[in-house]
Design a protein around this ligand. Structure first.
Ligand code: ADP
Ligand code: MG
Length: 363
């Protein structure tokens, strides 16, 4: 029997670099998904191919990190993580297709992991808690693929619901749905892909993490989540670390403020929080680029209620909340400004919160 399973990409509405600081984030699942079609068979291996990768690639059911490299490592990592957790995976043939743009910060990697994991669990008839699934998918990416990422992407792909954002509290790893349907209030969510890809972001990510850890150590706390008053940051010895920590503190508060404003559908206030978040990422955390700053500032100047870079930084996408009647003006202004500055043409789409991972019948 063929198992079909799919999982979505995600964007984070607000709460950047807060996950590894035991803080808050507020992602949505995207309508774009990765689909897995799995035919289990008694063979001793998993044969996997993807419309976006080469293949087929053979994955041993007792695979260990280092054995499979390239795109199929994300699949092998899931097989390995499941086996580690005491779940023996069946062999068979797996085919993958995706609607998610790879490497643009929409988390095609977590979607791939979560779709593969769901397909394997469904074939086995094993029902695993979704937080547990997120941890396994993260383990696959961290330890098998070797990419140091937080848990946000996987939680968002697994817990997404149409018309809902997710308030994630990384201290105790809980996920709470928060209504997010700006279109119902005449406001569009624009996703602006800068088409600048985050090169060298790995080293910067590690440096930001180290800064946050040093700041927490200076303050004598286990994580920056335990600090809410920015005036305490005077005790951080390095001024750069103190600024990094200030971003984390203020960003956590902006996430909670954003949830409060969303509950009354005050998208003008939500937009202001997004613009403030962008400024904090630009000035305190220093993870934006002049290209992304230009896109965000142009969107606001042309009538967006607010705009911010989303994702780990140094490239990727900007999101903007735009009154319906300003969508064309904002899109044109952003395209013109980027073209005048010699940047690639952005890809601008109007998007919304979609559903999370699950058995799929389409695509
Ligand atoms: P992002 O998650 O932001 O899209 P990453 O660099 O984290 O970017 O993950 C992208 C990588 O994940 C790709 O280079 C590829 O190895 C793998 N990947 C994601 N989706 C697919 C897919 N549908 N088919 C094959 N490989 C994929
Ligand atoms: Mg990724």
């Amino acid at each position: 029997m063929t198992v079909r399973y799919s999982a979505p990409g995600r964007i984070n509405l607000i709460g950047e670099h807060t996950d590894y600081n035991a803080g808050f984030a507020l992602p949505i699942a995207l309508p774009q998904r990765t689909f897995v079609s799995f035919d289990p068979s008694p063979s001793g291996a998993l044969s996997v191919s993807s419309s976006l990768g080469d293949g087929p690639v053979e994955i041993g059911l007792d695979t260990v990190p280092g054995e499979v490299t390239g795109w199929a490592a994300y699949v092998a990592g899931v097989v390995w993580a499941l086996l580690n957790a005491g779940v023996a995976v069946p062999g068979g043939t797996m085919t993958i297709t995706s609607e998610i743009e790879i490497g643009s910060g929409l988390s095609s990697s977590a979607a791939l992991e979560c779709a593969v994991l769901g397909a394997l669990l469904t074939a086995l008839g094993v029902d695993l808690d979704r937080v547990e699934q997120a941890h396994l998918a993260q383990q696959a990416e961290n330890e098998y693929v070797g990419a140091p990422t937080g848990l946000l992407d996987q939680l968002a792909s697994l817990f997404g619901e149409p018309g809902q954002a997710m308030l994630i509290d990384f201290r105790d790893v809980t996920v709470q749905p928060v209504r997010f349907d700006p279109e119902a209030s005449g406001v569009a969510l624009l996703l602006i892909d800068s088409r600048a890809r985050h090169a060298h972001a790995g080293g910067e990510y590690a440096a930001r993490r180290a800064s946050c850890e040093r700041a927490a150590a200076d303050l004598g706390v286990a994580s920056l989540r335990e600090v809410s008053d920015a005036s305490a940051l005077g005790a951080v010895s390095d001024p750069v670390d103190a600024r990094r920590a200030r971003h984390v503190l203020t960003e956590n508060q902006r996430v909670l403020d954003c949830v409060a404003e969303m509950s009354s559908s005050d998208f003008a206030a939500v937009g202001e929080l997004w613009t403030a978040s962008h400024a904090s990422m630009r000035d305190d955390f220093e993870i934006t680029t002049p290209h992304l700053d230009l896109i965000a500032a142009t969107a606001v100047r042309a009538g967006a209620l607010g705009a911010r870079m989303t994702g780990g930084g140094f490239g990727g996408c900007v999101i903007a909340l735009v009154p319906r009647e300003r969508v064309d003006a904002v899109s044109e202004a952003v395209s013109r400004a980027t073209s005048d500055a010699g940047y690639p043409d952005p890809v601008i789409t109007r998007t919304h919160a979609g559903g999370g991972a699950g058995q799929a019948t389409s695509a």
